[in-house]
Design a binder for this molecule. Sequence first.
Ligand SMILES: Nc1ncnc2c1ncn2[C@@H]1O[C@H](COP(=O)(O)OP(=O)(O)OP(=O)(O)O)[C@@H](O)[C@H]1O
Ligand SMILES: [Mg+2]
Length: 574
Amino acid sequence: MLKYLKKYWFFCVLAALLMVGEVSMDLLQPDLMAEIVDEGVLKSDVGLIVRVGIRMILFVLLGGLFGVLCGVFANLAAQQFGNDLRKELFSKVMHLSFQQTDRFSTGSLVTRLTNDVTQVQHMVMMSVRGLVRNTVMFLGGIVMLYFQSPRFALVAACAFPFVIIFVTFFLRKASPLFAVVQKKLDGVNHVMQEDVAGARVVKAYVKEEHELNRFDRANEELCSTNLRVQTILAFMGPCMNIVLNTCVILVIVLGGISIKEGSEMKPGQIMAAITYLAQILHGVTFMANIFQIFTRAKASVDRINEVLRCPVVISDGKGETEAIKGKVEFKNVSFAYPNSPSNLVLNDVSFTVNAGETLGIIGATGSGKSTLINLIPRFYDAEKGQVLIDGIDVKEFTLNSLRGQVAVVLQKAELYSRSVEANIRWGDDKADPWAIKSAAEIAQADDFICDTEFGYHTMVTEGGHSLSGGQKQRISLSRAVLKNSKIMILDDSTSALDLKTEAAFFGALNRNFPDTTKIIIAQRIASIKNADRILVLEHGSVASMGTHEELMKASDLYREIYHSQLKEGGEGNA
Ligand SMILES: Nc1ncnc2c1ncn2[C@@H]1O[C@H](COP(=O)(O)OP(=O)(O)OP(=O)(O)O)[C@@H](O)[C@H]1O
Ligand SMILES: [Mg+2]
């Protein structure tokens, strides 16, 4: 974390110095008060009371000014630090591989980005202000106490070991629970995130009560862990007070004895000593709170570092893809998801698609179609075998250039809360409005976009809920078309289009992008019937491959799918 704080060392030092100034002013007050009592009140010297009183007020004002400035600089350091840390963490999250995001879960990543960063930010703030304040208060208090009477300083010194014992005891008990609190917070965020995002499904299945209960459970767990921590810490205050009050009694007794013995001791000095003692012990109590914040922040630091130190699992290659033609080849590829390594999702898959060809992929749900295409832009890396583009292993290319030449329309159309135009523009940042319109025309989206009141400026709501399934798919398709890359992959991306619109889209795609390699996953044979070749995937293996006609003759599975679709939807469907 120091790496991120280093940039703001100047603000930290300045804030710390100002804090020393503020505490010094506070430390002078009891001494001045003693002077007022002993020299002014007891000797009825009004002039002295006024003079010292004015000095006290001036010191208070100066202390206040130092305090305000310290707050400003400490905040500047802490906020900027938090800002940098959050930025770095977010950038890391954006670059995590799919496999790593699966592992962390969205809820936990959100907690780490928000609450954990805030905890660490709070720690920085407390280090600069609280730690300095209370250290100076503690040391300065002892010095001032010593000046009142060395005996009093001895009282404070005797009290100190007790304070340390109490603080260590309670913090030891509480600190393991801080990590648990953050974990429980992950749980609450996880349920919240899932239910807010999936609110429609919750309503459709009338699961509000069920989800409320799930949330209640997560919330209760968070609450009870927090309560356990707070109960432990609640003992700390009273224990400190016992130590403080014992010290006060001792000071009064020792002071009384001194006065009785006829020493120089005056009542004002005893008063000042009591105030210094209170300041010292409050300083220590506060310090205990700061340690508590540190222990809590340590749990957060560990959680943040866990993300920041995630190894790069999809490493960058060096080659560029600009000159590629678009031939895609799978050579004996096997793959299992890292979270279930024993379940081979792809098993010895080999095939070739030449540049400019169209490959259709068909197979039962769960047969591994999406997994297969995920390996081309390296969302995951093949475990065994090779995925090649123009004969070069995809791992040889830089990720940016590889993904720049592979346009993927994922199975679940993801849209963002911005205008339709901005959503399509993701395909090419520099595209002018005409290019966007013509991409939308190819994707059969232009008509419905123009029919809306604001056309291309229509705002899409979060997750694209303001659009129909087919409209969402067509905007996603427009985005991929606009990208104009050498390889285009459509993962069941036309499933919500009627057959006529789908045929119009494929017709326009072939006319406009004859040289682009197209890999099209479909559930309906009608969608891929005209492809140059069709791959039939069965339980992660290539069952057969060929043109529609060839497969109709050679593949039982393909014929089976064809006839079942014929039965379901008539000739048009297959
Ligand atoms: N992120 C993941 N982690 C673990 N297993 C996964 C993951 N994604 C998919 N799987 C598993 O891999 C298998 C293949 O899934 P995949 O999504 O490739 O199927 P699909 O052929 O695209 O199916 P569909 O036609 O329903 O889209 C399934 O058994 C699925 O449970
Ligand atoms: Mg799929």
